[in-house]
Design a protein around this ligand. Structure first.
Ligand SMILES: [Zn+2]
Ligand SMILES: [Zn+2]
Length: 97
């Protein structure tokens, strides 16, 4: 993928075949930032972890900059470049450094 002149390679996880299976699977998984089972969530397409789709969810451990979960995770999982899918509409967006 070529984004803003930078070539970035992503290796995505395999998702369930249907949206129902996707929702059923990820509904039960807790946010890795706060531990809650939020309905409006993001799933990292690089590792399959789930996190809140909210600026209010801020991981406490090892997070001196108080980054929200999606940014915190992106910096650790994908070196600042991550793709997320929303559990509400299945939208995909990229978090790029
Ligand atoms: Zn959370
Ligand atoms: Zn990840």
């Amino acid at each position: 993928m070529l984004l803003f002149g930078k070539r970035i390679k992503f290796k995505f996880i395999t998702l369930p075949d249907s949206m129902i299976d996707f929702l059923t699977h990820f509904q039960k998984i807790k946010c890795i930032g706060c531990g809650n089972e939020e309905k409006l969530s993001l799933v990292c397409l690089l590792c399959g972890e789930k996190l809140c789709d909210s600026k209010v969810c801020i991981p406490k451990d090892n997070n001196p900059k108080k980054e929200p979960s999606y940014l915190y995770h992106s910096n650790r999982c994908g070196n600042g470049n991550t793709a997320y899918i929303t559990t509400e509409y299945g939208d995909i967006f990229f978090c790029l450094s």
